[in-house]
Write a protein that binds this ligand. Structure first.
Ligand code: HEM
Length: 469
């Protein structure tokens, strides 16, 4: 019965005003039994929802003895992420176990005093005031890719997802490690991360059968090899930076300088490696997914693409867009914001309750898995009229209701790289769309799927045709 309740491939059903709407969920014919749900969730977490879940309400259920609380109202999200942050600051055991081998005590999965002391440090290093410095890498790398796409010609299909991952990995590698990392070392890190993510089990059955901290992830050969590739390269760059041979103004350089100024921060080689790996990991796949989904939506919505090209022609013309153009490209920004609404790269935000708590009539147990699901929230009709439709104009003059739009999460654990990521997505879209028009390979069926991030299940086969000489 999979087809009856699996989210549909994005067929862009035509609706009356001639516009299109992606991925309308269908009702489940019946709720599958627990073990079947688990099997499906391991493949694609999005598949467990049916149309009735896209509703403004919070609810609790039990999975193999573990309490699961799904929060889907802005008011309750504010409670979890902001007002009672300390009760819910801890990431789920699934997330911690899945990433601990790679990131150690890096910011993304740490909590308590480690998180509290590192957060201001990392936030400062990727702060919006520094984005103009890093934007040079964004402009350069995006322009290189635009050349590559034009040179490839309109008849040679390629996978937009892997190209976008390469593009954003190159940008974040230059920002974190500096320009001197070298192609080979960059490739080692990127492939090591890829290997790791392909192998890691992000479900952790141990947690559901009673282990509050989950069980350690199975460390197979490929997983260990992925970790080793990443750690070896990063540790070398860290020791080079400590010895004064690093690239000035790289994020690592800033971390090393901070440690030199305040030794009680305790950032040894391992801690520096963990934070550098965290920023790298947090900073490339999310933006790559955003750009990939943006190409998909634009290819399906020519009226949006036309307006994008008109904006670029008026503001930028023949030159390459730069960071200074970003404030003058509101339509580019709206396209990215609407893409992040429909396809939030982190579609599940999972926390573990630190103590018993009560939320309205729900008694939340200590150790419960609390799920906030941007995928559901962003497609809840009472918050977002015409919720499944691609309408960038909804972001043009109005800001969403607080806690109804959370692609970067919210509260004290909000994405530290929000400004970096948003600027990067807008700028890369502008640079590439100014040169090419992206088309989906005919007959392509795109199915959104979620493991750690939300991505098209079988990639995104596209072609790119030049817009200008
Ligand atoms: C469109 C791009 C991006 C999106 C949608 C995004 C989304 C998110 C989300 C949802 C979280 C919270 C995850 C959770 O609570 O489980 C997060 C955390 C984080 N992100 Fe991003 N991110 C993006 C880009 C970036 C970039 C470019 C960087 C770094 C340059 C970055 C660095 C971080 C860090 C360090 C954290 C951990 C913050 C903490 O726990 O205190 N992100 N991001």
């Amino acid at each position: 019965m999979l087809d009856a309740w699996f989210p549909q491939p994005d067929t862009f059903e035509e609706v009356s005003d001639g516009r299109f709407a992606p991925a309308r969920p269908r009702p489940h014919e019946h709720r599958p039994e627990v073990l079947h749900t688990i099997a499906i969730a391991r493949r694609n977490l999005l598949a467990v929802f049916d149309i009735h879940d896209y509703t403004l309400r919070s609810s609790a259920l039990r999975l193999l003895g573990r309490q699961l609380v799904v929060i889907n109202t802005p008011e309750d999200i504010k409670t979890i992420f902001a007002s009672r942050h300390q009760t819910y600051e801890r990431k789920s055991p699934q997330m911690r176990r899945a990433l601990e081998m790679l990131l150690g005590d890096g910011l993304f999965i740490s909590d308590g005093s480690t998180w509290a002391s590192r957060r201001p440090l990392v936030a400062d290093i990727v702060h919006k005031n520094r984005v103009p410095t890093f934007a040079v890498a964004m402009e350069d790398v995006a322009a290189e890719f635009a050349e590559r796409w034009v040179a490839r010609g309109p008849d040679r299909p390629f996978d937009a997802l892997s190209d976008m991952a390469e593009l954003t990995a190159e940008i974040i590698a230059r920002a974190v490690f500096g320009n001197r990392l070298g192609k080979e070392a960059a490739r080692e890190v990127i492939e090591g991360f890829g290997d790791y993510q392909a192998q890691v089990d992000s479900f952790n059955m141990g947690y559901f059968i009673g282990f509050n901290e989950g069980l350690p992830t199975w460390r197979g050969r490929r997983l260990r090899r992925g970790v080793k590739r990443v750690h070896t390269v990063i540790e070398k760059v860290v020791t080079d930076h400590i010895a004064g041979h690093g690239d000035h103004h790289s994020m690592l350089d800033l971390l090393v300088q901070r440690q030199a100024r305040s030794p009680d921060l305790g950032l040894d080689v391992t801690a520096l490696r963990n934070e550098a790996a965290t920023i790298f990991m947090a900073g490339y796949e999310t933006t790559a997914a955003t750009l990939t989904w943006a190409w998909y939506l634009l290819a399906k919505a020519p009226w949006v693409e036309e307006r994008l090209h008109a904006e670029l022609d008026a503001v930028v013309g023949d030159r390459t867009p730069s960071h200074a153009d970003v404030p003058n490209l509101p339509w580019c920004r709206c396209i990215i914001e609407e893409t992040l609404r429909l396809y939030p790269p982190v579609p599940f935000l999972a926390r573990q309750a630190a103590k018993d708590d009560t939320l309205h009539e729900i008694a939340i147990e200590k150790g419960a898995l609390v799920l906030i699901v941007p995928w559901l929230l962003h497609r809840t009709e009472s918050l977002w009229p015409d919720a499944h439709a691609f309408k960038p104009e909804r972001f043009l003059d109005e800001r969403p209701q607080p806690y109804s739009y959370i692609p970067f999460s919210a509260g004290p654990r909000i994405c530290a790289g929000l400004n970096f990521g948003l600027t990067e997505a807008i700028l890369c879209l502008a640079v590439l769309a100014n040169r090419v028009r992206v088309r989906l390979v005919p007959g392509t069926e795109v199915l959104p799927t979620c493991r750690l991030t939300l991505r098209p299940q079988n990639g995104m086969p596209v072609t790119a045709e030049a817009r200008r000489k």
